[in-house]
Design a protein around this ligand. Structure first.
Ligand SMILES: Cc1cc2nc3c(=O)[nH]c(=O)nc-3n(C[C@H](O)[C@H](O)[C@H](O)COP(=O)(O)OP(=O)(O)OC[C@H]3O[C@@H](n4cnc5c(N)ncnc54)[C@H](O)[C@@H]3O)c2cc1C
Length: 384
């Protein structure tokens, strides 16, 4: 018989989202347990690879802006209270067509919410950041409040600080089943059983294995991160280059980061693409980087940011969990009041982690959040 333990709230999955919820609930003095089969941070899910873009002028939808503003306040606080680098305010330069999605819609979100930004032409951009080359017919939207979040350092902060506040972390056991019952939710692990009054499900690409939500379709996809040996590292250093992004013709994105000291992992220049790559099974995803992957990551660097162009010296596979409309799903499960879902982060969730942690804690404790997150409810899929 497995040993049974009772807790007020259990968090299933301790990637960026689950660990942030764990941290927030512990800070509020709640009896919380966080469960993961790995020992986060790890490289098998969605929350690894040294850096994530943080931005506020949200081209995906202006409704995310208040959440991003709150997340930024929290990242700044966390950074001030941790000796590791968690948040680096580098600013961001988004290059594309003036009326295209990444420039035009960022600008719209910024105007709507009164955010600071500058619009620069090609020569103004290169004067300010000599590494960047704006293609003819394109412009640069500069967002001073953008920056870099380090996912590994953030997760360590959330878990260690959460434990200091009394939360319990249980790693190294796979969750086998989750059964909502009248008096609580029964979580069966390999060796233990946990019974919790409420459960927050933050299982990333594995969500559907354990808790499905009617009407919500989730699709994990294989994604790539790479590091080049840059031809001119000096011009890529933090302070001389913001986080950068170039819109491709099909409105997908190539992006990268300045060279920042004291981040984990490779010392090369990090480059990536935000792109809907092939669907995958999270248990069997191909983690080997092939020649086509290398070419895909480094394509166009020579013309856009020649200082970052160079041989690929390191690369990793990571996973997105796409929802149908590419927006998050943060909501109580429609059939099980004790289960709260946090999934479908569609490749853009990490920047919001501390704000989402607060929102999830509110929903678990009070039924709804003070933060404006209603637009992320699963009800939007019901009548599609
Ligand atoms: C290449 C790439 C680039 C990205 N860039 C950005 C960016 O620039 N900005 C941004 O904001 N976001 C970005 N994202 C998105 C962001 O990183 C994700 O939205 C976020 O990390 C999702 O975290 P998660 O906690 O939902 O999932 P995960 O990190 O995958 O966590 C899920 C956890 O659940 C655990 N688990 C699963 N099943 C079980 C089980 N049965 N038993 C026990 N434990 C289990 C796993 O071990 C894992 O630790 C990027 C993502 C990728 C892949």
């Amino acid at each position: 018989m497995p040993t049974s333990h009772r807790h007020q709230i259990a968090i299933l999955g301790l990637g960026g989202i689950g660990s942030a919820a764990f941290h927030e609930l512990s800070r509020r003095g709640i009896d919380v347990i966080g469960i993961d089969r790995e020992r986060p941070p790890h490289e098998l899910g969605s929350s690894h690879g040294q850096s994530r873009i943080f931005r506020v002028a949200y081209f995906e939808h202006p409704d995310y802006v208040p959440l991003a503003i709150r997340a930024r306040e929290r990242w700044v606080e966390i950074e001030a209270n941790d000796s590791r680098r968690v948040f680096i305010p580098t600013g961001g330069a988004w290059v594309g067509k003036e009326d295209g999605r990444h420039v035009g819609d960022s600008r719209m979100a910024a105007d709507l919410h009164g955010l600071r930004y500058d619009m620069l032409d090609g020569s103004e951009t290169t004067k300010r950041w000599p590494a960047l080359r704006v293609p003819d017919g394109q412009v640069c939207f500069h967002e001073p409040d953008a920056g870099v979040v380090c996912p590994e350092h953030a997760i360590r902060h959330f878990l260690e600080n959460g434990e200091e506040h009394g939360g319990r972390v249980l790693c190294g056991q796979t969750i086998k089943s989750v059964r909502p019952e009248d008096d609580g939710v029964r979580i069966l692990l390999e060796r233990d059983e946990i019974i919790a009054e409420k459960v927050i499900c933050a299982l990333g690409p594995w969500t559907d294995d354990l808790v499905r939500t009617p009407d919500v379709e989730l699709q994990p996809t294989r994604q790539l991160l790479g590091w080049t040996r840059p031809s001119n590292p000096m011009s890529l250093r933090e302070g001389r280059l913001p986080v950068w992004l170039f819109a491709d013709d099909d409105e997908t994105i190539q992006y990268g980061f300045p060279l920042c000291d004291r981040l984990p992992g490779s010392s090369g220049a990090k480059v990536a693409r935000h792109y809907q790559l092939e669907a995958c099974d999270p248990d069997t995803v191909d983690r080997v980087i092939g020649e086509a992957d290398e070419a895909f990551l480094t394509r166009e660097l020579e013309t856009r940011i020649p200082a970052a162009a160079g041989p690929l010296i390191d690369a990793r596979v990571c996973m997105y969990t796409m929802s149908r409309d590419e927006h998050f799903v943060i909501d109580r499960h429609p059939d099980h009041d004790r289960v709260i879902m946090a999934c479908g982060f569609s490749g853009h969730g990490f920047k919001f982690a501390p704000a989402i942690g607060e929102g999830l804690a509110d929903i678990a404790l009070e039924g709804k959040s003070r933060l404006s997150m209603n637009f992320l409810s699963s009800a939007r899929f019901k009548h599609e």
